[in-house]
Design a protein around this ligand. Sequence first.
Ligand code: 2HA
Ligand code: ZN
Length: 278
Amino acid sequence: MSIIVNQNSLYNAPFFQEMIETTTNLYRLGWDERNGGNISYLLHEYELLPFMNVDHVLRTVPMNFDATPLAGKYFIVTGSGKYFKNVKRDPAENIGIIRIAEDGGSYDILWGFESGGVATSELPTHLMNHIQRLTVDPNHRVIMHCHATHLLAMTFTHSLQEEDFTKTLWEMCTECIVVFPDGVGVVPWIIPGTNAIGEATATKMKETRLVLWPHHGVFGAGTTMDEVFGLIETAEKAAEVYTIVCAQGGKKQTITDQQLFDLARAFHVSPREGILKL
Ligand code: 2HA
Ligand code: ZN
């Protein structure tokens, strides 16, 4: 399908292009097979107005949780059951633009989700995470979930204690403690798509922008699409290095706790308490 775009076409909007690039990259990296993964990106109304009439509601979809703190807020979001592989070829089928209703109990579809689609099955977790992150970071905008391969694999072979998991990732690449000084949160195994996993994840999101779902995948949060993609990419790279280190017979030497501490100080970040033993 070829898409004819004019200057004011939504397809030219920066946030729209970012959504297409990111879903395409996540698919290319093998972290979002089939309908795996989901992204939601908080948009300002002024970003949408040049491209669409926000008073024109296509459909309204009920939600069974309270999203009142997000009432009136707009998101571009991936679709339930849709494949990241197909977003670039047919965005209108696979992603959509929604606005949370004033009573927080439903959302309006303003664009996309053609053929009767709806927002991601992980919408409870996404919206609960947005609510939580906005309380600690007023610039927060993006929630991203994917099935990053080596992180997922590590949840079978490594301790799931957050302190242990964080320490291992920090050790595997010098960059890690600078990129995620808050470490990683880990929730118990919970059925995906539920309010329960949303609440557990959002609780962790109070302290960290990176949360693991054991035997499933990872959630990241942040201000820009690049930042959140980079966050997940950095943790996943560390997990890949860990996998190779184990395959090569294990560590013979490592970055010491003192070196990690010095590194954090040099880059003006505060490492999560209770991990480095000095
Ligand atoms: O949307 O990744 O966690 C498909 C999933 C569910
Ligand atoms: Zn998933």
